[in-house]
Design a protein around this ligand. Sequence first.
Ligand code: PMP
Length: 362
Amino acid sequence: MSDRPVNFNPGPAILPLSVLEKASRAVLALDGVGLSVLEISHRSKEFEAINADAMARVKRLFQVPDTHDVLFLQGGASGQFAQIPLNFLGKDQVGAYVLSGAWSKKALEEAKRLGNAVSIASSEAQNFCELPSLDGVAVPANAAYVHTTSNNTIYGTQWPTLPEFPGQRHVCDMSSDIFSRPVDGGKFALIYAGAQKNAGPSGVTIVIVEKAWMASAPKTIPTIWRYQTHADNQSLYNTPPTLGVYLVGLTLAWIEEQGGLAAIEKANEAKAKVLYDAIDGSNGFYRGSVTNRAHRSRMNVTFLLPSEELEKKFLKEADALKLVGLKGHRSVGGLRASIYNAMPLAGVEKLVGLMERFRKAN
Ligand code: PMP
């Protein structure tokens, strides 16, 4: 295992090795059951315990109050782009979206298919290389909710502190930085995330939602798309992604073993600093692609080299050293190092070592 590649993939992404080891054993036989976690019924008491344990961990980590429910759904964050307006965007209301990247744009587009939705702030004119300014932003009086994206996976921007919209229901897509820092879950009407970056494998969508709001959704929408259906059934209304939920539980247990979100945040800050220092200390050889340093992500570090040829050469050398997943998203170019919770500092240091040698040689 010691010669595993260092995994900088944006998602699905690196998971703690101890989680993979535990999961691989459970794929053969669950402790005390003898059958694979893949083979047991989602109605069995063993799976009910796995499900309840993972939900309890979400609640603990984000201090989710009793006014909110935790749901494990399917369909990814993209499914939430539609399910949110389907449940919450009333006829005379408007969805208010803060556009900070391609994913928030997609969320807005889906809302527009289902009702009225507008952008209330956008950094699209800046190519999303910084976060939009929220100074003096006007939320429409008939807003059903304000939607934000906490971390912009493609561009490498992240709200240093999550914005607040007093008196409004705040919906936040936390797909790429969930459980990377402390969050007060009760401050949000709805939080959602595909699990595949910081919380487990793809196939599980984590939702934390205000109970009263969820109950207010019209009963005319299809049963499967009503949040309330899943809340009423502990997310076991239909067959859940059982292995995925098991892995979410293991991943959250690992976070708690690390000391919880305050400790995880500290480690994430330290890792990001090493990488950004290498970029900023390179005399302009490496350039961070985020224009406002205060908006830099601690999860996805995006940077450019002096030319595309050098970028290709760098990626080749990285590949030879088994540093994988570093190619930037096609809409930004350059490189992107995704350094989620499970990335050890040693992995970042290996990358920085290559960056320094490469700069001197080129
Ligand atoms: N939102 C953000 C911030 C993302 O990073 C992604 C995926 N990378 C999505 C939404 C879409 O997630 P999914 O593929 O789970 O639908």
